[in-house]
Design a protein around this ligand. Structure first.
Ligand code: NDP
Length: 257
């Protein structure tokens, strides 16, 4: 079941929160991936201690330095991963890294904050998919599976219901303009990726993890990170071509754009 039995997985922002829990639960699966490329901005720093501890116990975890807001860091990471894969493809790319500025209302938000958030939450996932596309295509080509799936080749963009235009009024008590706009852009990116990369056999889906108790979600949130990630990982194996280009929540329920 783990990640639809993807053999090779890469995640961004895997040193804390949802990203770190994804790494832990992938490792705890009955058949863990052969390689988990756990990327983060500062693998040597204090905020990656838990991830380093995991990597020291699990030889299938490879730590890779990657700041998704830095285009050259993305291409450098793709070269490292390609070398490590040694001819294998990449089955699953999870664009998880994200930033959130709670105080960004229409009164306070400025150009700098909009661009900073957009770079991480929307441009980063776009550049990640471009850089890792040859490895995803390779995995798709070499798979004997029919249709689209996470075990073949997939891009999962961790988005949010806050990026849904239709659902905005339900949560607008928190305007978070830069976050909402960047995640609406990520949703559009997901649809465009699905329409473009589907032909190459790559599934593209946006997932909302729920409101989760992490540094971003705060301790007031509804879900523990364990519950959210268990949900996300049980959704991955059910994804197929009919889901590509959609936004689903951690229980697999569709969210309108
Ligand atoms: P956290 O704030 O707990 O963790 C964010 C992660 O993203 C950290 O690992 C952080 O690394 C990383 N990150 C931030 N900027 C960059 C960057 N430029 N390059 C690489 N990594 C970066 O957030 P969550 O775990 O809660 O969120 C994960 C994803 O889930 C996000 O995309 C978020 O939008 C989404 N989400 C979360 C919800 C929630 O309630 N928690 C609700 C809906 C969606 P570092 O330690 O270096 O800062």
């Amino acid at each position: 079941m783990a990640a639809g039995r993807a053999r090779t997985v890469l995640l961004t922002g895997s040193n804390r929160g949802i990203g770190l829990e994804l790494v832990k639960q992938l490792l705890g699966a009955p058949r863990p991936p052969a390689w988990i490329f756990a990327t983060c901005r500062d693998p040597e720093g204090p905020r990656a201690q838990e991830l380093r501890d995991l990597a020291s116990k699990h030889p299938n975890v490879v730590l890779v330095k990657l700041d998704v807001a830095n285009p050259s860091a993305i291409t450098d990471a793709a070269k490292i991963v390609e070398g490590k894969l040694n001819g294998m493809g990449l089955n699953l790319l999870i664009n998880n890294a994200g930033i959130y500025t709670p105080a960004a209302s229409l009164e306070t938000v400025d150009a700098e904050e909009m661009i900073r958030t957009y770079k991480t939450n929307a441009v980063g996932p776009m550049l990640m998919a471009q850089a890792f596309l040859p490895l995803l295509k390779k995995a798709a080509r070499e798979s004997t599976e029919k249709g689209l799936s996470c075990s073949k080749a997939a891009i999962i963009n961790i988005s949010t219901i806050m990026g849904s235009i239709e659902k905005t009024s339900e949560s607008f008590c928190k305007p978070v303009i830069s976050y909402r706009c960047s995640k609406a852009a990520l949703n559009m990116l997901t649809k465009c990726q699905a329409l473009t990369y589907g032909e190459a056999g790559i599934l593209c889906v946006a997932l909302h993890p729920g409101w989760v108790k992490t540094d971003m979600g705060s301790q007031e949130a509804d879900l523990t990170v364990d519950t959210s990630v268990r949900g996300l990982l049980s959704v991955l194996p059910i994804l197929s071509e009919k889901h590509s280009g959609t936004l689903l929540n951690w229980e697999g329920k569709a969210i309108p754009w």
